[in-house]
Design a binder for this molecule. Structure first.
Ligand code: 13P
Length: 257
């Protein structure tokens, strides 16, 4: 694959305006790492302030509602986050699936709505510890992705530009222990095969597949060396410019994928 590694920070429910200085530092550092595409998904409240100041990084959201608008108290639509300056949205994160009862069909509806609003999407998938222990991780992720991704007919022609997939095994998220390179490699190869099956070789082979789950500057190099890893989706280690850009630095060194 020839595309730049994609390094995305998911700030989750962390960050008030006091964090704007950290976002500024990330943006400045990203200008020195042009071999890597750096992006940040802060809480909704920080999308516009970060977008307004950022010169290099793209800003995105961590979720959106599937409807264009209406009587949905507390929700926010894809068009609204785009209006605030978001260029992408993370969808189907395990914390949304388990904490907010988001099922695959709901995630798909959100994805189609986000694409219609002109956003790029980062579609998350990943198995639980129980599923991995039962030996069914690859089959589970395959089914979950197939049911969560927009139907091929709903995808714009430039699939590889608009879609990124993030493999985040639930047991690795926030645990301090990432999946092993062998497990990541096996899963990413299976996801690649599915993407080619769904979207054809020209687009399916170019969609970036990120790994997420306890990525840190210390383990990033080993993870980026795994075939078919096109970058990372990072939680805890994206909260400071130092650790986040340490990961971006690891991605800017040559790695095979
Ligand atoms: P951690 O990097 O904190 O494990 O979180 C990963 C994640 O959930 C990113 O979306």
């Amino acid at each position: 694959m020839t595309r730049r590694p994609y390094i995305v920070g998911n700030w989750k429910m962390h960050g008030t305006r006091a964090m704007l200085s950290e976002a500024r530092a990330i943006d400045r550092a990203a200008q020195r790492h042009m071999k890597v595409e750096v992006a940040l998904a802060p809480p909704y409240t920080l999308i516009h302030p970060i977008h307004r100041e950022a010169e290099q990084i793209a800003v995105g959201a961590q979720d959106c509602h599937h409807a264009e608008g209406g009587a949905f108290t507390g929700d926010i639509s894809a068009a609204m986050i785009a209006d605030a300056g978001a260029k992408f949205v993370i969808l189907g994160h395990s914390e949304r699936r388990t904490g907010h009862g988001e099922v695959d069909a709901m995630v798909r509806a959100k994805a189609e709505s986000a694409l219609a609003a002109g956003l790029r999407i980062i579609m998350c998938c990943g198995e639980s510890a129980e599923t991995r222990e039962s030996g069914k991780a690859v089959a589970f992720v395959n089914e979950q992705l197939k049911a969560s991704l927009p139907l091929p007919t709903a995808m714009p022609a430039d699939v590889a530009e608009r879609l990124t997939v993030a493999y985040e095994p639930i047991w690795a998220v926030g645990s301090g222990t990432p999946a092993t390179p062998a497990d990541i490699g096996e899963m990413h190869a299976a996801i690649r095969a599915l993407l080619i099956d769904l979207f054809g070789v020209e687009q399916g082979a170019e969609v970036r597949i990120l790994y997420g789950g306890s990525v840190k500057p210390e383990n990033a190099g080993e993870i980026f060396a795994v075939p078919e890893v096109g970058g990372a989706l990072i939680g805890g280690a994206s909260l400071t410019a130092d650790s986040f850009m340490g990961i971006a630095l690891a991605a800017s060194e040559p790695f095979e994928n």
